[in-house]
Ligand binder design. Structure first.
Ligand code: ARG
Length: 563
């Protein structure tokens, strides 16, 4: 039920062709105050077209427009204000939600077309940082939202398992590493070696050279280099797997950079054939000065390939393999230039699908206002953060609901949910100040707050003892249920918007509003009161649980039945 379109349709038909339906839709506004109705149509455009006073036009239109969904349509100055019929609209809305359940808000906008989403993509032999968390949770949520909008998704973890940093790591390991130490504590030992390399390399340029040589050996298939690389890679993957398990996030492909080793030749050849490859100080580059961009480096002077070379090969591979309609890269905004270069090189190669490539950037996680750096060793380890969050949730539960069943499960849902929600409630381009205490707050605009509203609503339904699957909605027209009904009504539109803007925060913010309105309702209305409208109120409560749970699912957050 789309009331805005119904209103637009009524207006357009009473204008008999002066303005088309689509033009009317665009003009319709949300009035500033609820006393001015639910939606309003301003008459300025019509006034210009008809050379008549907008006030006159508004008066005239208000008389013509009517529909069972609308209680009244009144002119106020140059506006035609529309008030929904609360009884009719609430009945219809609640009925729809209860009927469609988890399908409520789904659409076939995507027509089963494929979207690939490149997200998370951490780097081997480095810790999974808070920075990668952003990509992971935003990417996962966008994938969920895409599916909700009718797309097929391919979730790709483009692991950073290749590149000159492996030369550095091997050089550092050869210089200072001890096998037993790495076996014992792989990630932190490898990180130490990596940090040490950068400290020492400042004073000793020979180290950089040794790193370069080791990477070249690796690319040429040298056995020792290869073995060390594989070892580091396996250890890292096992660490990452723990985090994905905690977050309950999965991928369709873990093809990382190394996967494209034997797929880059084709691209380099093609660039040569099209005369796009230019020599510059011994290196091969693609000139992008016509786009006002610095060139994309394809091959270093020693023949070693680069991050961008592998991304070119990956893009072509994905188009062939998945025939995507859109290809998203959920990667921090510091890589904006890289993706511009990448997409323009694909365009230069003549691939018209270069237009379907989309970089979805996001802001930094700052610590005391500064960026975190793996090299300087100032990163916060995500696994620790998650475990602390779960610990805090456990403590909370032990205090508030000591008799709760499945305590550990619930603590995990709440702790992990707090972390994910804390990230996704921010518009993705904003920087986020990293603060464990903020992240773990269980009140205010937080994940646990929304989860709690859901659990509270569930428990009312359980308490009611009425078979919750066959509730009969009734029309509600009181002041406390109406804001909830309006929010329920808006859910499909919120999902579409969050897809259009690749912005899960729209859903997160919406859920906070819905949870707040529900809590207000709960504290003002006696829901369990045996009168004629009890079943109607319970139906509303059930609709709220459905939408809260489904909204949280789209964000990648679980909704426990009890908390
Ligand atoms: N591993 C990279 C990093 O941590 C991100 C890779 C993003 N995906 C890509 N296709 N470039 O910075």
């Amino acid at each position: 039920m789309d009331l805005l379109r119904t209103y637009a349709d009524e207006i357009a038909s009473s204008l008999s062709g002066i303005l088309e339906f689509n033009e009317v839709v665009k003009l319709i506004e949300q009035p500033k105050y609820s006393t001015q109705g639910d939606i309003a149509f301003p008459c300025f455009t019509l006034a210009k077209l008809l050379k008549k006073s907008p006030v006159e036009i508004a008066k005239d239109l208000a008389q013509k427009v009517s529909h069972p969904f609308f209680e009244k349509v009144v002119a106020e100055g140059p506006y035609v204000n529309c008030f929904y019929n609360k009884t009719v609209v609430s009945l219809k809305t609640i009925k729809t939600v209860l009927h469609k359940r988890t399908e409520y808000g789904s659409s076939d906008m995507g027509q089963s077309k494929v979207v690939t989403l490149d997200f998370s993509s951490p780097n081997i032999a480095k810790p999974f940082s808070m920075g990668h968390l952003r990509s992971t949770v935003i990417g996962n949520s966008l994938a969920n939202i895409s599916e909700k909008c009718g797309f097929q998704t391919v979730r790709i973890n483009h692991l950073g398992d290749w590149g000159t940093q492996f030369g550095k790591l091997i050089a550092a390991y050869k210089a200072w590493g001890k096998e037993a130490d790495v076996k014992n504590e792989p990630i932190s030992e490898l990180l130490k070696l990596y940090v040490k390399f950068h400290e020492k390399a400042e004073a000793d340029p020979a180290l950089e050279n040794s790193a370069r040589l080791w990477f070249k050996k690796l690319e040429d298939g040298d056995e020792e280099a290869r073995k060390l690389w594989e070892w580091f890679r396996n250890e890292s993957l096992q660490e990452f797997a723990k985090i994905y398990k905690l977050l309950d996030i999965d991928f369709d492909s873990y093809n990382g950079e190394a996967f494209y080793n034997d797929k880059m030749n084709e691209i380099v050849k093609l660039l040569e054939e099209k005369q796009l490859l230019v020599k510059s100080n011994g290196a091969d580059i693609v000139d992008l000065s016509n786009y006002n961009l610095s060139p994309l480096l394809i091959r270093k002077s020693d023949g070693a390939t680069l991050y961008g070379t592998r991304d070119l090969a990956a893009a072509v591979f994905r188009k062939r393999n998945y025939q995507f309609d859109k290809s998203f890269y959920v990667v921090g905004q510091e890589q904006t230039l890289h993706f511009k270069q990448l997409f323009f090189v694909l365009e230069k190669l003549g691939y018209e699908w270069a237009n379907d490539m989309i970089h979805v950037p996001f802001g930094f996680i700052l610590k005391h206002g500064k960026k975190m750096s793996t090299r300087k060793g100032t990163v916060v380890l995500l696994e620790q953060v998650i475990k602390e969050a779960i610990g805090l949730a456990e403590k909370n539960i032990a205090e508030k609901s000591p008799t709760l069943a499945f305590k550990d499960e619930v603590a995990k849902m709440v702790g992990v949910g707090a972390i994910i929600f804390h990230d996704l409630k921010n518009e993705r381009q904003n920087n986020i100040e990293f603060s464990l205490s903020e992240m773990l707050k269980f009140e205010g605009a937080t994940g646990p707050y929304v989860q709690y509203a859901h659990a509270r609503a569930r428990s009312i339904l359980t308490k009611s003892g009425i078979d919750s699957y066959h509730l009969n909605p009734v029309g509600l027209n009181d002041d406390y249920s109406w804001p909830i009904v309006k929010l329920l009504l808006a859910f499909p539109e919120i999902i579409a918007k969050s897809f259009d803007h690749a912005e899960p925060s729209q859903i997160a913010k919406y859920l906070i509003l819905l949870a707040q309105e529900f809590n207000t309702y709960y504290s003002h209305v006696k829901i369990l009161n045996e009168d004629l409208e009890q079943e109607g109120r319970l139906a509303l409560v059930q609709a709220v649980t459905i939408v809260l749970k489904e909204g949280l699912r789209l964000l990648g957050v679980k909704a426990p039945e009890k908390m």
